[in-house]
Design a protein around this ligand. Structure first.
Ligand code: BTN
Length: 277
């Protein structure tokens, strides 16, 4: 990996000429970089671009979303000029069922990029919420556009609250919303952080394409929130409680139930942990 540490320019813009000089050697983002000052949702724009045959590695970035979307049809608050709101389009060559891990890879890349840029150690709350000091500072929305079994595109939508003040963020009771600036007490360069995410993402994507999934799983274990602790996972109709043991090769969560039974979880949200205050 070749992530950079120091800003080489002082602007905080997210257009191509502000971001790409930080990551000259990679493919992602360079294929087609589309910056718009404001949009509804970059994931929606990504779907439209896929329909127009946009290439692998296309990146759509904005400073402001009016209809930012989160997982489970939730809204993603996107206050202007303070965060990173971006969607990366991937056109994988591996079969579709393996693509679940790409969202996990994007979360790992976010943790690595935050570390490279700020030296702060963020964590991943399964499946792909990014926490700093147990507060949610970023999220990932992965969507798939399927043309045929062999031809499909994956959209990795990432929202990072970078220099966002508390007042611009929604209230959440557990794992409250926060930003990198609110947690660290200093500003972070958005273009540098985005470039570092692309660099880390490119590395992990390559690993995924080459079938090195165990390396991705190992990287996840290094940053996973709640490992070895009692956690609750909320699903549509039930809540499962148990000890978080790890992640399987397909990205599902491995939990030991209260009766000692082994449970594999493929969907849901970690909503509480025994050590969460
Ligand atoms: C979540 O935690 O629920 C996922 C949030 C994902 C937000 C990003 S911002 C860029 C992209 N466009 C969207 O509308 N959503 C994703």
């Amino acid at each position: 990996m070749n992530c950079q540490h120091q800003p080489i320019q002082q602007n905080d813009n997210l257009d191509a000429s502000s971001v790409l000089p930080y990551c000259p050697k990679i493919r992602l983002g360079h294929a087609h970089y589309l910056y718009v000052p404001s949009t509804g949702s970059t994931n929606d724009d990504a779907h439209a671009l896929i329909a127009e045959n946009t290439p692998h590695g296309t990146l759509i970035v904005t400073d402001n979303q009016t209809k930012g979307r989160g997982r489970h049809d939730r809204r993603w608050a996107s206050p202007p000029q303070t965060g990173i709101y971006a969607s990366l389009i991937l056109r994988p060559t591996r079969p579709l069922p393996k693509a679940t891990l790409l969202g996990i890879a994007a979360a790992i890349a976010a943790v690595q990029a935050i570390w490279q840029t700020t030296k702060a150690k963020a964590q991943i709350k399964w499946p792909n919420d990014i926490l700093l000091h147990q507060r949610k500072i970023a999220g990932i929305l992965t969507e798939t556009d399927i043309q045929s079994e062999k031809s499909y595109a994956v959209i990795i939508g990432i929202g990072i609250n970078v220099n966002t003040p508390y007042t611009a963020l929604p209230e959440r009771i557990i794992f409250p919303a926060s930003s990198i600036q609110m947690e660290l007490g200093r500003r972070t360069s958005r273009p540098l952080l985005l470039a570092n995410w692309l660099v880390c993402m490119e590395y992990l994507y390559q690993q995924w394409e080459e079938g090195q999934t165990s390396d991705i799983i190992a990287a996840w274990h290094q940053s996973a929130y709640g490992l070895g602790k009692t956690i609750s996972i909320e699903q549509q109709e039930k809540t499962i409680t148990g000890t978080l043991q790890g992640m399987a090769e397909d990205g599902s969560l491995l939990v030991k139930g209260t009766m000692g039974e082994r449970i594999r979880i493929i969907s849901g949200d970690v909503t509480a942990t025994s050590f969460h205050s």
